[in-house]
Design a protein. Structure first.
Length: 112
């Protein structure tokens, strides 16, 4: 198995070998920085190498929309949980208050 650096070097060598007079040489040379970045980030370069700017822009908008929806869902869940915790705290406070009233009544009845 080749290392990431070795794979990038093979691409660079291929671009050099093809040269600027070939159909793919200049294109490959221009793509190497993007492919190298993808490889180093553990992305499969084939996914994006042939995508047009419009395709990439569309996919970015889709990803942003998906992230926004996920963010909204997470916030809604967090708000729901916070409301439940607040309701539990209010109930606990009421129970404590009632217990305190009973205790005070018991103490006061002993004093009288």
């Amino acid at each position: 198995m080749l290392s990431k650096s070795q794979e990038v070097q093979i691409l660079s060598d291929a671009a050099d070998k093809l040269g600027s007079g070939s159909y793919c040489g200049d294109w490959l040379r221009e793509q190497i920085p993007f492919i190298e970045c993808d490889i180093r980030s553990d992305f499969h370069p084939g996914i994006y190498a042939s995508a047009s700017i419009k395709d990439c822009s569309t996919r970015c908008r889709e990803m942003l929309s998906e992230a926004k929806a996920e963010s909204d869902r997470i916030l809604a869940d967090a708000r729901k949980e916070a409301d439940q915790i607040r309701a539990q705290a209010v109930r606990f406070n009421e129970l404590q208050r009632e217990e305190l009233k009973r205790t005070l009544k018991a103490i006061l009845s002993r004093i009288d």
